[in-house]
Write a protein that binds this ligand. Structure first.
Ligand SMILES: [Zn+2]
Ligand SMILES: [Zn+2]
Length: 183
């Protein structure tokens, strides 16, 4: 869904959409399961920078809700993750700050996003919001045993005997070291 500044200048646009998986490109980080619901309002905010310079920012306020799958940080099995979050964001035309690059940027301004050309894509905003709301690390269960570093088996499902067979490499290195001092 595209919000054109020229349309928003006429009146704010309320949106309430349900997006099929794939509309919001999430890359490797997460997979969308089922519809992604998003609702809210887009409007123009005029930023007066001088007697003649008026910048048209787009404000997007709303929420999203959907189900996602991410990989377990230890065993890489998919883990279901329901996510929902609210957002209240300001997008400034990309060319405005590119021109006045020497302006000092305050802390609050770093939170500002940019839109290219004359419109903002809801899908782009949702992509960022979903990725931001992902936990840093997800485990399928708190005591996930992960993958065996030797044979790659999922140790939650299979008890491999690699641990018994393999000698601990740290002891191996120590053995070499001992051998060297003797010489
Ligand atoms: Zn796991
Ligand atoms: Zn193994």
């Amino acid at each position: 869904m595209e919000f054109k500044v020229s349309d928003l200048e006429q009146e704010p646009i309320d949106f309430d959409v349900a997006l099929e998986p794939g509309r919001v490109e999430l890359g490797e980080e997460a997979e969308q399961v089922g519809l992604l619901a998003a609702a809210g309002r887009a409007e123009v905010l005029h930023e007066h920078r001088g007697p003649k310079e008026i910048v048209s920012d787009i404000r997007l306020k709303g929420q999203f809700k959907g189900n996602f799958e991410v990989k377990c940080a230890r065993c890489v099995e998919p883990v279901g993750l329901p996510l929902e979050a609210e957002y209240d964001l300001i997008f400034r035309p990309a060319e405005v700050d590119a021109v006045s690059g020497e302006r000092s940027i305050t802390a609050s301004e770093t939170e500002i996003g940019y839109y290219e050309g004359d419109s903002l894509l809801l899908e782009d905003v949702l992509r960022e919001q979903v990725l931001l709301s992902l936990p840093v690390r997800t485990l399928c269960k708190p005591d996930c045993k992960g993958l065996c570093p030797h044979c790659g088996e999922n140790r939650n499902q299979t008890e491999c005997d690699c641990a018994e067979k393999a000698t601990d490499p740290r002891w191996g290195a120590l053995g070499d070291f001992r051998g060297r001092i003797k010489q």
